[in-house]
Design a protein around this ligand. Structure first.
Ligand code: NAP
Length: 324
């Protein structure tokens, strides 16, 4: 294998973490490829508005994602619309396999695969997904204008999305399993001031009632009294956190019990040359600004790692040895 067979860096995932990594990698003159199977921007695309990105007091999620993408493109970052099916660590280089069979050899990999909405796990949830059950208010809220909906969860996402839905829907039940929200105080204050939002405390959704035209009600159980009642709603929006998208994390990488990748302060995993950033990485808080910071950190660390490998002659493998 020759050094030409491999590139410097593959970034898997094109959300804020991946795109920021791309910007910093290009600024460090690394030969970089970003692979994204869906629309670049990640979960930010699903937010109606972002109000905590420094310098932008209020910006649409889609607009912010597009700005990040344009910024990365201005540096000439190559972005491939493809699905990565495996990341295989190696001693000489790592291999990133794409659906369709293509293999990309690279010195370093930044995993920026983010997370996916956690599911409630109640009967009918998956069956009625798209027919009243949703994990994205910005995508589906429009269909519930003038109707009643239930939002499940007590974190930033649930409260933010409940506020968004309150602008469209007639009534919004906010069903939370405790009697205290986890969301930031500013969001809590806004939700409490919104007369269309009714809190259903200490409660969990136990059943989804639906007919051929979709969701008609959800059954909620009070966790203290055990009492059950139906909330007549046309839509159920679930925002109970995220599961890390860790399917591509190579075996042997250190993970937390919850499935997040454990890294050092440089976002490096315990596998040399493999980094994890954004919502995939185990850390204190998950915010866009932190995902971006992770991307920056990992790209700077990867640039240093690749430079050191090149300087130490790791790439100076004889041409005939393993050329594809
Ligand atoms: P989160 O902060 O983990 O909150 C999840 C909520 O769902 C919690 O209230 C939790 O209840 C509840 N929950 C978890 N599993 C449940 C289950 N099986 N049944 C019922 N309820 C369940 O998740 P998130 O709101 O999606 O936020 C994820 C991260 O993104 C957070 O770090 C958040 O700060 C960040 N975020 C930030 C913003 C912003 O800054 N504008 C916006 C969105 C998200 P308990 O409280 O009882 O655990």
């Amino acid at each position: 294998m020759s050094s030409e067979d491999r590139i410097d860096l593959v970034i898997v995932g094109g959300g804020p973490a991946g795109l920021t990594a791309g910007i910093y990698a290009m600024r460090a003159a690394m030969h970089t490829l970003l692979v994204e199977r869906a629309v670049p921007g990640g979960q930010v695309n699903l937010s109606e508005a972002v109000e905590n990105w420094p310098g932008e007091p209020h910006i649409g999620g889609g607009e912010l994602a597009l700005k990040m993408l344009e910024h990365a493109r201005q540096y000439g970052l190559e972005i491939r619309d493809a699905e990565v099916v495996a990341v295989e660590p190696g001693l000489e280089c790592h291999t990133v396999r794409l659906a369709g069979g293509e293999e990309i050899r690279t010195h370093a990999v930044i995993l920026a695969t983010g997370g996916s909405p956690r599911k409630l796990g109640v009967p009918g949830e998956l069956e009625y997904y798209g027919k009243g059950v949703s994990y994205c208010a910005v995508c589906d809220g429009f269909f519930f204008r003038g109707k009643s909906v239930a939002v499940v969860g007590g974190g930033d996402s649930a409260v933010e999305e409940a506020l968004y839905l309150a602008k469209l829907a007639r009534h919004v039940y906010l069903v939370h399993r405790r009697d205290q929200l986890r969301a930031s105080m500013i969001l809590q204050q806004r939700a409490r001031a919104e007369c269309k939002i009714e809190f259903v405390w200490n409660s969990q959704v136990t059943a989804i009632r639906a007919d051929a035209s979709g969701v008609r009600a959800v059954e909620v159980e009070n966790r203290q009294s055990g009492a059950r009642r139906d909330l007549a709603v046309d839509g159920l929006f679930v925002f109970i956190g995220f599961e890390p998208n860790n399917a591509l994390v190579p075996a042997g990488a250190r993970m937390s019990a919850e499935g997040y990748v454990i890294t050092d302060e440089a976002c490096a995993t315990n596998i040399p040359g493999i980094y994890a950033v954004g919502d995939l990485r185990h850390k204190y808080a998950r915010q866009i600004v932190i995902a971006a910071a992770d991307g920056c950190t990992a790209a700077l660390a990867a640039a240093h790692y690749v430079e050191a490998r090149k300087a130490s002659g790791v790439c100076a493998v004889p041409e005939e040895a393993g050329r594809r």
